[in-house]
Each structure stands twice: as structure tokens, then as C-alpha cells.
Design a protein around this ligand. Structure first.
Ligand SMILES: [Zn+2]
Length: 210
């Protein structure tokens, strides 16, 4: 499966929207960052930093643009009736998000599996749903559950499994834990919530996440 998120209409809409930053918000966030730079002991007037507050303001708006998109609507737009009833697995989905405690990035890979119950969804929509939730201030645990719930509530499959592995810069850079530690979270519904199915599933996918 292609790791690049394919551009689709929603995504284009998202970027169009993001290209039109709210100028008042940019100015207000930038003025705060101007002060933050000074409080950090920097000179906000030196050449390299002159445009930094504005860049940060735009970057933050981009990194949180998931608040403005409805992930369930993205799935509903690409649902098809289909009798296929075996497990569908989408793996190696890139995840980039920001922890809500430190506003530092966490990033890694996600795997989503579901067992259809009369409906399937366009495969590119699964990474898109992950991206919409990831572009908000998050904790990895909630991100995992939100993705699971959105797919379960919209697609109504026999079961959903979501596994996410991420490195958190708030852990790596602040030296609280081993630098290379990875956090794994998982969430299941339906068939996947049954102990035996889940164990088989986890054994099946462990190698592919490493
Ligand atoms: Zn953090």
C-alpha cells in the first residue's frame, strides 16, 4: 500500500482552507510568540527571528487544522456496499500529532483493521481519518480510541482494531525516558475485543509494526 496520503477532495479542501490562514489569529498568535522569544532571552528583532512568530503561528494553525474537519463525513463519502467479509488491514500509516501536555510532536505508525459488515470504505480514507484526529492536540491513548470509535460508529463493522506506535519528543528530548522508547496503544471493538481473536491478530501484526 502506498504510504503517501493520496490527495482527495476533502484533503484539497483542507489545504485550501489552510492556505487561507485567519490573518487576525496569525497576528495575535505571532504577537504572543514575539513575547515568548524575548522571555526566552532571545532578540526577536534579529534577522533570523524576524518572521519566526508569524511562521510559528501558521505552523500551529496547520498542525491543529483537524478541529475543522469531520472525520465521519470523510468516511461516509466513500462507503460502498460490498459482501466482502474478511479482515481488511491497512498498515504502515504515518502518524504526526502533538501531545497536549507539552505541545511537542509525537509521531510513528498506525495500523487499522476491520471486518466489514456489508460496507467497505475507500482505503485512502482510513489514513485521512487518522490525520484529521492527529491534527489536534492529543494524547496517544485518546487518538487511538477516537479513530476506533469513528470507524465503528460510521462503518458499523463486525469489529475494528487500531494499533499505534509513536515516539514522543516530550519524552525523547526532555530525557525523562530512554531516548528511543516507543509507546504502543491499541483499541478494539466487536470481534477484535474477544481475547482469542485479539491475541491471534496481535501475533499476526507484530512483525509488521517493528
Ligand atoms: Zn508530552
Amino acid at each position: 500500500m502506498d504510504n503517501d496520503f493520496p490527495l482527495n477532495e476533502e484533503e484539497i479542501d483542507g489545504y485550501v482552507k489552510i492556505d487561507r490562514y485567519n490573518p487576525e489569529k496569525v497576528a495575535r498568535i505571532a504577537s504572543h510568540y514575539n513575547e515568548i522569544l524575548a522571555l526566552l532571552g532571545e532578540d526577536p528583532e534579529r534577522q533570523g527571528l524576524l518572521k519566526t512568530p508569524e511562521r510559528v503561528a501558521k505552523a500551529l494553525q496547520y498542525l491543529t487544522h483537524g478541529y475543522d474537519v469531520d472525520p465521519a463525513a470523510v468516511l461516509r463519502d466513500a462507503m460502498f456496499e460490498e459482501e466482502y467479509s474478511q479482515m481488511v488491514v491497512v498498515k504502515d500509516i504515518e502518524v504526526y500529532s502533538m501531545c497536549e501536555h507539552h505541545m511537542l510532536p509525537f509521531f510513528g505508525k498506525a495500523l487499522v483493521a476491520y471486518i466489514p459488515n456489508g460496507h467497505i470504505v475507500g482505503l485512502s480514507k482510513i489514513p485521512r481519518v487518522i490525520d484529521i484526529y492527529a491534527r489536534r492536540l492529543q494524547v496517544q491513548e485518546r487518538l487511538t480510541n477516537e479513530i476506533r470509535d469513528c470507524i465503528q460508529d460510521t462503518l458499523n463493522p463486525v469489529g475494528v482494531a487500531v494499533v499505534i506506535e509513536c515516539k514522543h519528543l516530550c519524552m525523547c528530548m526532555r530525557g525523562i525516558q530512554k531516548q528511543n522508547s516507543v509507546t504502543t496503544t491499541s483499541a478494539f471493538t466487536g470481534e477484535f475485543a474477544k481475547e482469542r481473536t485479539r491475541q491471534e491478530f496481535l501475533q499476526l501484526i507484530t512483525a509488521s509494526l517493528g
